[in-house]
Design a protein. Structure first.
Length: 218
């Protein structure tokens, strides 16, 4: 039986794209780079930021870390609030909890940032555990966050856990820990990305996700 559900944050629980993309533009601007291509900017929503700066702009590890700090200059006071929960996601969480599942936020976003947003939308109590990265770089990889969640819940059989996310990083991070992943298409994945990396199931809406979750143990 599946007992624990791990939810990604950016692109899964919340549409944080506007704030993320504006803060990326801010950081790049400090390096004299003007980026207006939304397709490129969307790639920053979800993965660890330093990886995206390195992969997309060839930044060295040191320059990528500097870019992350510049990103946070705008994100902490402003960008953090440029988001909203996806329609139906709160109801999906309530239904999952009512059905007996334990739930966790499992995100590459810094834990304090995720917590602030959840507090504003009165969603903290919908989770048994909230886990992300830390500002000092601790748990910067998705598999490290997944592993921390498994340890918190005392999981001995990874078949009792599902990761729910919108990007390949969620699927790969979960897979590295032996956990299967459910994809959501309403986030920021590239076309075909979730299928390519082996999502167990892909939901187009929070309603579809809710129905799938509630039938996991049927």
């Amino acid at each position: 039986m599946v007992k624990v559900l791990l939810f990604d944050f950016d692109g899964t629980l919340f549409d944080t794209g506007l704030g993320v993309m504006r803060c990326v533009q801010y950081a790049l601007g400090k390096f004299g780079i003007e980026e207006h291509d939304e397709k490129t900017l969307r790639k920053f929503v979800g993965p660890p930021l330093d990886e995206s700066f390195s992969e997309l702009y060839g930044f060295s590890p040191e320059k990528a870390r500097e870019a992350v700090w510049l990103y946070r200059e705008r994100y902490q006071p402003t960008g953090i609030w440029e988001c909203e929960p996806y329609p139906g996601m709160a109801e999906t969480l309530d239904a999952a909890r009512a059905a007996g599942f334990q739930t966790a936020v499992c995100t590459s976003k810094p834990t304090p940032s995720a917590m602030k947003i959840l507090e504003r939308y009165e969603m903290v109590e919908k989770f048994n555990f909230i886990c992300g990265s830390e500002f000092d770089g601790t748990r910067s990889k998705k598999f490290e966050v997944v592993q921390a969640c498994l340890e918190h819940f005392g999981v001995t059989d990874t078949g009792t856990v599902r990761m729910i996310g919108d990007r390949k990083y969620d699927i790969l991070g979960a897979g590295k820990c032996g956990v299967k992943a459910i994809g959501v298409r309403f986030g920021y994945a590239e076309p075909g990305e979730l299928e390519q990396y082996g999502a167990e199931y892909i939901a187009d809406t929070a309603q579809e996700l809710r129905e799938y979750i509630l039938h996991l143990n049927a």
